[in-house]
Design a protein around this ligand. Sequence first.
Ligand code: NDP
Length: 270
Amino acid sequence: MDQYRVYGNPIKQSRSPFIHQRFAEQTNQQLNYQSELVALDKFVDTVQAFAESGGKGANVTAPFKEQAMALCDQLSERAQLAGSVNTLSFVKGKILGDTTDGDGLVNDLIANNVKLAQQNVLLLGAGGAAKGVVPSLLEQDPKQLVIANRTLANAQTIVAQYPDKPLSACSFEQLSDAKFDVIINATSAGLNGKSLAIPEQLLDKHVSCYDMSYGPSLTPFLQLAHDRQVKKAIDGLGMLVGQAAVSFEIWRQVKPQPEQVLCQLRKEMQ
Ligand code: NDP
């Protein structure tokens, strides 16, 4: 049976085995997908050994996405731009790398009827996740995409990669007079229960809010969005399932339906 893995450290929290097994059932594919905890200095050896043993592909999660990129013989254009890889395919002795987070996010925004074309879009955060989704967001032709980050220099570094695009960087303080149609939280602030120090006027009833984080209860950012009665408040579980769907299609050349799996996963989490 074809073998797949997801590598990370930590990895216990990963929902990817559940998602990929559901996709396999849905599309009648015979495969085995498991999570594997990898020691911080053993990532390269682990992937190479798995590829040599006949493994077909692997997902990569924190903190190995940059190392995964360095390991690849060939990279997709979006992985080169994003500077990270979350999907490895082992084909004829070569390692091919791609990143599916951006398409997972955009597909979930589309599924939730959030329009991006010609809209003012704010991306909060400039870490790996933010950097990874910028190419896919720009492909949707927003009027402007602003990256706001606690450390301004990190946002400026991303912006410098796209000189001809409607993309700019700012600090949270510089947002005090701004208005946006869509706000995407790509910071990790919520993971430790912290709320974001953003001006509350950003969150009005015309704005759609998306938090890449998710959990059994509302994230601090989505709680704030709800309290401010925004138009839409969506968590990142759909992005998680969406990025897995794109990886699955890369490996198996068949498109799974994420909606049903997202419902199952949401039930499981509650
Ligand atoms: P990184 O560690 O690479 O980046 C963290 C980002 O959050 C940085 O921009 C950092 O700012 C900012 N940040 C951290 N704490 C605070 C705070 N208290 N106030 C303001 N900003 C803060 O993490 P990732 O980019 O890999 O992940 C970000 C989030 O996205 C995580 O919650 C992760 O779970 C989620 N994610 C979800 C996915 C999904 O499929 N739904 C996929 C990938 C990620 P600074 O630069 O100043 O340090």
